[in-house]
Design a protein around this ligand. Structure first.
Ligand SMILES: Cc1ncc(COP(=O)(O)O)c(C=O)c1O
Length: 355
């Protein structure tokens, strides 16, 4: 029996060694373009902390990534568009609603790489909330960055019109590369795990281990990357996604599926129980800001000079504020708000915000 015992023990040792491989080494095997300005800052929010009476609040500035007004999709695109170039693509194809931050970032990266960019612009997911909705903010930047815009009706299928565009472009002799809605695929989620490999040492230098990282979640790649990265590098930090799509069950299922695929790519363990999607802070519908969103945008602006948008980051902070008011964390705990970007949309909603 002894040899069996010994071999089992060494097998366990090997598994533990594998589990201990640092996240940064696991990420290093995936090639990236290096277009995003990283690491993004981790800053204290002392005035917002004082206003809410704790916990100690910090903000991870994913809005400050540089290229094309920054935002969370750039981390994913750093990896996904490396694959596009490696595959010999000459055209990037993606899509989103009129004020999509994702397609604006796709347009920005394509411009920077000298690739042509075609975008399926979905109309009808929401009624335009302002006269400037269709022309300002991200819609304006898409044109500025030189993307070709194709207006299509919203059917609920986020990727169908993008795939149709890919087919049309192929038929015309282009070499298109498909970027899914929200840049949410397994490789994008792997790319987003890099956020954890930044936060862990940044927080350590500042002398804390966060109890939670809170952020808004939609097409799921951001949360999937955070959950998978935290499983390896920040096991004592809870990732809390605030649903902004008003579809919490769909978001939860998508995060679990993407995290599973990303954890396979990174060869790390994954537990469904690590996925927490909080419902009830999306307002009446996707893209429609409610009172709590506007309160969060005002507070962040007046107390921290932190611009948030009414579709994503404003709802994310509204959710965090609600959880704090419910007493989720002790005053001496540290909580990071992940600012995922989206600031250009603020201008497309200006007249609806009453600010
Ligand atoms: C500003 C902003 N924050 C958060 C998200 C949500 O990220 P994900 O789609 O990866 O869940 C998006 C997605 O479009 C976004 O534009």
């Amino acid at each position: 029996m002894a040899p069996v015992g010994i071999s089992l023990e060494s097998q366990t040792d090997r598994t533990m060694q594998m589990d201990r491989k640092p996240l940064i080494d696991r990420l290093a095997i995936f090639p990236r373009l290096g277009l995003a300005n990283l690491p993004t800052p981790l800053e204290p929010m002392e005035r917002l902390t004082a206003h809410l009476g704790g916990p100690r609040l910090w903000v991870k500035r994913e809005d400050a990534m540089g290229l094309g007004f920054g935002g969370n999709k750039l981390r994913k695109l750093d990896y996904v568009l490396h694959e596009a170039l490696a595959s010999g693509a000459d055209t990037i194809v993606s899509g989103g609603v009129v004020q999509s931050n994702s397609q604006r970032q796709v347009a920005a990266v394509a411009a920077k790489l000298g690739l042509s960019c075609h975008l399926a612009v979905y109309h009808g997911r929401l009624e335009p909330p302002t006269p400037e909705y269709k022309t300002s903010g991200n819609a304006f930047l898409n044109r500025l960055f030189g993307a070709y815009l194709h207006d299509v009706p919203w059917t609920g299928d986020r990727n169908a019109a993008i795939r149709t565009l890919v087919g049309d472009l192929e038929a015309k002799g282009h070499r298109p590369y498909f970027v899914p809605y929200g840049v949410s695929n397994a490789l994008g989620a792997v790319g987003y795990a890099t956020t954890i490999s930044e936060i862990e040492p940044q927080a350590a230098r500042l002398g804390f281990v966060p109890a939670a990282i809170v952020h808004c979640t939609g097409s799921a790649g951001t949360q999937a990357g955070l959950v998978v990265g935290a499983a390896v590098a920040m096991p004592n930090t809870r990732i809390v996604g605030i649903d902004i799509d008003a579809e919490p069950a769909r978001v939860q299922a998508d995060v679990v599926a993407l995290a599973r695929n990303a954890s396979n790519l990174l060869d790390v363990p994954f537990d469904d129980a690590a996925v927490e999607v909080v419902a009830g802070h999306a307002g009446p519908a996707y893209g429609v800001p409610h009172e709590a969103t506007i309160e969060a945008i005002r507070l962040a602006g007046r107390l921290e000079a932190l611009p948030l948008d009414p579709v994503y980051s404003g709802k994310g902070l509204a959710g965090l504020i609600a959880l704090i008011r419910q007493g989720r964390w002790r005053k001496d705990e540290d909580v990071i708000f992940l600012h995922t970007g989206g600031v250009p949309a603020l201008f497309a909603y200006q007249s609806a915000l009453g600010i």
